[in-house]
Design a protein around this ligand. Sequence first.
Ligand SMILES: C[S@@+](CC[C@H](N)C(=O)[O-])C[C@H]1O[C@@H](n2cnc3c(N)ncnc32)[C@H](O)[C@@H]1O
Length: 277
Amino acid sequence: METFDADWLALREPVDHRSRAEPLLTLLGDAWRARGWSRVLDLGSGAGSNLRFLTPHLHAGQQWLLVDHDLDHVRALRSATVPASAQSVTVMRGDLAHEGLAAVARVDLVTASALLDLVSEGWLNRLVDACADARCGAYFALSYDGEIRWSGGESGDREQPDLDDAMVREAVNGHQKGDKDLGAALGPGAGTVAERLFRTAGYQTWQGPSPWQLSGADALLVGRLIDGWEAAAVEVAPSEVPRIRAWAARRRETVARGRFTLKVGHGDLLALPPERQ
Ligand SMILES: C[S@@+](CC[C@H](N)C(=O)[O-])C[C@H]1O[C@@H](n2cnc3c(N)ncnc32)[C@H](O)[C@@H]1O
């Protein structure tokens, strides 16, 4: 089972919240109100970041169902304060392939954040079918899209790529396609595949960029990213270990100097079913 520790989720939460594609939130809020929706399912809810972000954007009276297989997250969520505009929050320990898919039939909106790149095309197909059967909307935020771009550094804003940025990015993006519990993951292609599947199912879709724009103020998060990218690249390209370790050491120096920007590409997707006649 892939685990996402609470420290990591806490570090990324403020960055996730400031990165979301605003236009999609307006469309979602309007659809939620116009269609009289109240029941929302958050898949892979982790520590509840998506719940905390979305509740103020949706009309009051929301009934939330959160599903995650991680017992520590589920316990923490069960003892957390219910956000003001949520009428109820139910937390279910379960697997996305079973309890998660089954719950779609009971809601108006399915949502998830930082999840789509972890899922397989087979699971996504089943999810889209379940959404179409239930005629519910879908909103997936912060799916990683494969872009990792460093700039700045010693000479100010001028772009200063490291010779091995591209090699590490390719290795990381390859690693993203490994099995993350639900079959071979879609990785950076997930947002595009999901948009196509929903459109084919008759949904109207919108996509918007939600990149992380990071700088020296995000040093802790960037440090964790470098650790994770180094480990992933070593797994995918064991013959390149010395190059990967040297890249990680140079990029840790970049972070220690503090004058850099780092863009990590993400995208959001909103998919709405045709309105009932
Ligand atoms: C990257 S974290 C995102 C958490 C949260 N949505 C957020 O934005 O902070 C992915 C979450 O999905 C959960 N998850 C991954 N695979 C799962 C599965 N097969 N069944 C249930 N939960 C799963 C993990 O436990 C984790 O909490």
